[in-house]
Ligand binder design. Structure first.
Ligand SMILES: [Fe+2]
Ligand SMILES: [Fe+2]
Length: 197
C-alpha cells in the first residue's frame, strides 16, 4: 500500500511540473511578446495622431488594435511563465509617428509581416517540434493579425471615410478584432467583446 501511495504521489508531481519549452520556440515567443508590446504602444501613438488629424474612425481602429496587441502580449507572457521561462520587463522604445495615412501603411506592413513571415514561421516551427500549445497560440493570434491587416487595408483604401466615427470590437480573450457587432468572438467563441469608438 505504501508503495502505491509513493508511486501515485510521484506521478502527480511529474504530471503537474511544467513542460519545458524548446529553445527555438522560446526565442520565437519572447520576440513575439516584445513585438506585441511595441505594437500596442505604436497603435496608441497612432490613435492620438489620428484624433489630431480629424480621423475618429482611424483613432478607434488604432485603439482597438492596441488593446488586441496587449491581449496577445498577456497571452504570450502567461504562456512563457507557465513553461518556467523568465519574462523580461517591458522596455518599449518610443514609437515613430507620421501622418495617419503613413501610419496605416506602417501598420499594414507590420501586420503583413506577422501573418506571412514571423508568426507563420513560429507556427510552422511549433508544428515541427510538435508543441500543441505553441501551435494553437500562434494560430489564434495570426487570425487576429490577419483581421488587423484587413481592417487597416480597408481604412487606408478610403481614408476620407475615417473622418466619421467607426466602431470596432476586440475579444478580451484572444484579441480578435472586427468591425462587426457579433454576440461572440468569431475566432475563439468567447463572449467578452469590448467596443471601441
Ligand atoms: Fe495586430
Ligand atoms: Fe476570441
Amino acid at each position: 500500500m505504501k508503495r502505491i501511495i509513493i508511486a501515485i504521489t510521484t506521478l502527480l508531481f511529474f504530471s503537474s511540473a511544467s513542460k519545458s519549452l524548446n529553445p527555438m520556440l522560446t526565442r520565437s515567443v519572447l520576440e513575439a511578446l516584445q513585438n506585441e508590446r511595441a505594437a500596442a504602444a505604436r497603435y496608441e501613438a497612432f490613435a492620438v495622431r489620428a484624433t489630431e488629424e480629424g480621423y475618429p474612425g482611424a483613432a478607434a481602429l488604432f485603439h482597438a488594435e492596441a488593446r488586441a496587441e496587449l491581449v496577445h502580449a498577456a497571452r504570450f507572457e502567461n504562456f512563457l511563465k507557465s513553461r518556467g521561462v523568465d519574462v523580461p520587463a517591458a522596455d518599449t522604445p518610443a514609437a515613430t509617428v507620421s501622418s495617419t495615412s503613413n501610419n496605416l501603411r506602417t501598420a499594414i506592413d507590420a501586420e503583413q509581416r506577422e501573418r506571412d513571415s514571423t508568426y507563420l514561421k513560429a507556427y510552422n516551427d511549433a508544428k515541427l517540434v510538435g508543441d500543441e500549445e505553441v501551435i494553437k497560440l500562434f494560430d489564434v493570434i495570426r487570425d487576429a493579425e490577419t483581421e488587423h491587416l484587413n481592417l487597416d487595408t480597408a481604412a487606408n483604401r478610403d481614408l476620407s471615410k475615417m473622418k466619421q466615427a467607426h466602431h470596432y470590437y476586440v475579444c478580451a480573450k484572444c484579441g480578435y478584432t472586427t468591425d462587426l457587432d457579433l454576440p461572440f468572438c468569431a475566432s475563439c467563441r468567447g463572449h467578452e467583446m469590448e467596443r471601441f469608438e
